[in-house]
Ligand binder design. Structure first.
Ligand code: FAD
Ligand code: NA7
Length: 466
């Protein structure tokens, strides 16, 4: 019994789950496989959010559709800010590519790191986790899962559970007075799949964060008659092109007329609620489930990954995200090291003190810049605990800050900017077609050498890339 390998379940094979797989796969290549590993993934392929589906609502098995991504989605931040430190874009594509690739290209990159490894053998696809319980007597988790095509259920025990099921899937859908009288289409960003159908329509997006900004921009690109973004707290505040404007909160809706709290009103054909997502883990009992708002330092997680009330359970990717893939890597490396005993878990009171200290720093965040800085410090702290390859976090923070400025300068042109990789030093290649003119988002078109620099904005090289 003493020498038996620990059993570990990873729930979800999105980027976070795949990165957790990578940590054990790396150990295996180094000649050791310290655990018995199973990854349970409800979709038929890996990639999580990046695994696009045309479906909305329920899937072919009646399960809630996971991905909130849309056909024409392009990276909303520079790829240089998320690059894996142990697998560069240059290595994957064999050439320099632009800083803001479309969804298909990023999926290819994420999958590419595991493609030539044994990682996939650990994943049970089309298998949804139904329930997780912890038994105090045996100190093990029971994980009940269902193989969706056959309906076969399975109950297994594990020493550790890594929750990597994402938190941008269950819509936060508020009400609005009179919305039941609205005759156009009402939806949430989770179900948005493409803006072509919004051509010539007057669109209202509710919210003032990434989804409102990007879905509004997609609609503008595809020829919407107008785009209005309604904010609750602060406007997004960019210099929007003609036909794109911001208004405060909705007061009430009367048929196709939307009234705002500043006394103005507007004819609207379609409303998309871009009002964020809930932390929802329907397979977890309350004592194991993270809840609360989408923040860069959720309550109850030591070093952002260890469930304080039961430190045999971990969450990867549970934070709001500036850093993404490189942060998930740092988290996954640390989780692996805790599981295999390379890193030592402090006692409960020490962990509580650390959580309190980070939460105090989190409460002091008062601007976008300090939030980015905070997340950079968080990733740095994790990296110090592991042997994940070092990368220049200060430079990534500076890339994020330039990105924020780029959007202020030209919200419809920021994706044409180029940054320098902090991993390889390579400067991104300017994409052959400006984002606003590019209507083909396929991998093939993106990687083709066709050059069309005659149209669109020419923003040039950013200062950090020089
Ligand atoms: P997810 O990608 O959500 O993956 C979770 C996985 O868990 C899924 O495969 C799901 O099927 C599986 N799962 C869930 N529940 C169960 C269950 N009960 N049983 C089994 N499996 C389960 N990030 C960027 O870096 N750049 C971007 O441009 C960007 N754009 C985004 C745009 C949108 C619209 C959204 C929603 C997110 C975007 N993100 C972006 C953030 C994105 O969430 C992360 O890049 C990344 O996908 C998070 O990885 P994850 O593995 O933590 O979660
Ligand atoms: P976010 O970033 O969580 O933002 C949610 C937005 O919705 C934010 O602007 C909120 O305004 C707004 N919100 C929330 N509730 C309401 C109500 N009741 N009324 C009006 N506005 C509301 O979600 P996103 O979907 O934009 O982004 C999530 C991920 O998807 C992200 O990682 C991206 O990369 C893509 P607030 O400022 O709180 O007043």
């Amino acid at each position: 019994m003493m020498n038996e390998k620990k059993k570990v379940a990873i729930i979800g094979a999105g980027p976070s789950g795949m990165e957790q797989l990578r940590t054990f796969e790396t150990a295996e290549r180094d000649g050791e496989q310290p655990v018995k590993l199973v990854c349970l993934e409800k979709q038929s392929d890996w990639g999580g959010q990046w695994n696009y589906t045309w479906r909305t609502g329920l899937d072919e098995y009646g399960e809630p559709v996971h991905s909130s991504m849309y056909r024409n989605l392009w990276s909303n931040g520079p790829k240089e800010a998320l690059e894996f430190a142990d697998y560069s874009f240059d290595e994957h594509f064999g050439k320099s590519i632009s800083s803001y690739p479309p969804r298909t290209v990023l999926w290819d990159y994420i999958a590419g790191r595991l493609q030539h490894t044994d990682g996939r053998k650990y994943v049970r696809f089309e298998t949804v986790v139904r329930h997780v319980d912890f038994d105090e007597a045996t100190q093990t988790f029971t994980v009940v899962s269902e193989h969706l095509p056959t309906g076969a259920t399975r109950s297994e025990t594990f020493d550790h559970v890594v929750v990597a099921s994402g938190h941008f899937s269950f819509p936060n859908m508020p009400d609005a007075p009179g919305i039941e009288t609205f005759t156009g289409i009402v939806s949430h960003a989770h179900d948005f799949r493409g803006a072509e159908g919004l051509a010539d329509k007057h669109l209202l997006v509710v919210g003032s964060s990434y989804s409102a900004e990007d879905i509004g921009s997609q609609a503008f690109k595809m020829g919407a008659a107008s785009v209005t973004a309604s904010y609750r707290t602060n406007p997004i505040g960019y210099d929007w092109p003609k036909g794109f404007e911001e208004r405060p909160a909705i007061k009430h809706i009367d048929g196709n007329t939307v009234h705002f709290i500043d006394g103005t009103s507007k004819h609207i054909d379609a409303i998309i609620f871009c009002t964020g997502y809930q932390h929802k883990y329907p397979f977890l009992p309350a004592d194991l489930a993270l809840s609360g708002p989408n923040t860069v330092y959720p309550e109850g997680l030591y070093r952002g990954v260890v469930w304080q009330n039961n430190p045999a359970m971990y969450y990867v990717g549970a934070q709001d995200q500036w850093f993404t893939f490189n942060m998930f890597d740092a988290q996954a490396w640390y989780v692996r090291d805790l599981i295999v005993g390379r890193a030592e878990l402090p006692a409960a009171d020490e962990r509580a003190a650390s959580i309190a200290e980070w939460r105090a720093r989190f409460e002091a965040i008062d601007s976008v810049a300090t939030e980015i800085e905070f997340q950079g410090e968080y990733v740095r702290d994790l990296l110090r605990q592991t042997d994940y390859p070092e990368f220049d976090i200060d430079e990534v923070v500076s890339i994020f800050n330039s990105w924020v400025e780029d959007k202020q300068v030209d919200i419809m042109g920021y994706r044409d900017r180029c940054y320098r990789s902090v991993i390889t030093g390579t400067i991104a290649t300017k994409h052959h077609t400006p984002w606003l003119q590019e209507l083909d988002d396929s991998l093939e078109r993106y990687l083709s050498d066709e050059v069309d620099l005659s149209v669109g904005s020419d923003f040039g090289l950013t200062s950090t890339a020089r």
